[in-house]
Design a protein around this ligand. Sequence first.
Ligand SMILES: *[C@@H]1O[C@H](CO)[C@@H](O)[C@H](O)[C@H]1NC(C)=O
Ligand SMILES: *[C@@H]1O[C@H](CO)[C@@H](O)[C@H](O)[C@H]1NC(C)=O
Length: 365
Amino acid sequence: MFKFTTALVAVLPFLRLAAGQAQEWGQCGGIGWTGPTTCVAGTVCTESNAYYSQCLPGSAPPPPPPTSTVSQPSGPSSTGTAPTGLSSIPASTLHQITNFGTNPNNIGMYVYKPAKVASNPALIVASHYCSGTAQAYYSGSKYAQLSETYGYVVLFPNSPHSGTCWDVSSDETLTHNGGSDSLGIVSAVRYAISNWGVDASRVFAVGTSSGAMMTSVLAGAYPDVFKAGIVDSGVAFGCFALPGQPEDSWNSQCAEGQLILTGAQWAAKVTAAYPGYTGAYPKMQVWHGTADTTLYPQNFFEEVKQWTTIFNYPSTPLSNITESYLPNTYHNATFGPNFQAILAQGVGHTVPLFEQQYLQFFGLA
Ligand SMILES: *[C@@H]1O[C@H](CO)[C@@H](O)[C@H](O)[C@H]1NC(C)=O
Ligand SMILES: *[C@@H]1O[C@H](CO)[C@@H](O)[C@H](O)[C@H]1NC(C)=O
């Protein structure tokens, strides 16, 4: 109650300044927010957390979290009795798994196994946006559908936080084996490698918005686990860092593109996440819209500085071209084989998915 009142008092002085209506996916409230507090028609201002409310499509509250299609087998104890092989996972349906290892925040974990699994299959971790769920990202993307063609396995993690954003701000989540959401996700990956015959050299991460930020976190803190990542409308690794504040806090400075660092400073955040690591970093593709008012487009250029420094690439692209399969307002900037940055002129939050292209980047299609 005290917390609530404090938040209200903090917000009230700013309400008077609000003008106009926020666009779809735009911010419409939160502590310190001075912009519009109402949303355009067809969208509803939905609180993610005390710091952030967003105009989400539709007029209904967000859907309830997905329910498991098969209940957890009842065993004599909670340790070591879950079925292990991939054959124990029902095919072509979203299926919840539990007991997959260290999971400090008790994130939900869902797997999609196609009818025909490739031998030593690749694995894709697909992380949802704020207010999303594993179920929503599963049905709103083609990752599961395309696995039926290409034979990989998909993990859809489900955020446990009240606003269902991912924790991309705590020290724990930003540190290799440090805890929080990122470790929970990685535990499921390690479980899949140990028990399902997943090819450890073909584990990939994709995500949108908060899930894109989580993808950066996974790539930076677990470069030994992930081979490549697709960041759709996210931010640089460590940009959301708010040590000492509640997990999954919203970092307005970063979101609004006001955290401007040098490539060396950004790269230092990545290398500090896993000190002593000398292996390769996952190859990365980042996508962003120039009309993004949730995670401002400056974040795209901060990502470019970060990953070009990590890969020791020049800061200007080798090529920056339109692609026949993309709208002609999209520019694909290639800095080297391991890093491409696609800027979508006039596109807001978020850039639509191009799953088939991502699979090509991963070498799966
Ligand atoms: C690629 O070109 C577009 C169009 O000129 C430009 O807006 C964008 O900033 C360029 N991308 C990079 C990463 O330099
Ligand atoms: C970007 O261009 C590079 C170099 O031509 C190409 O290999 C890559 O597939 C392109 N990426 C996208 C997303 O189109």
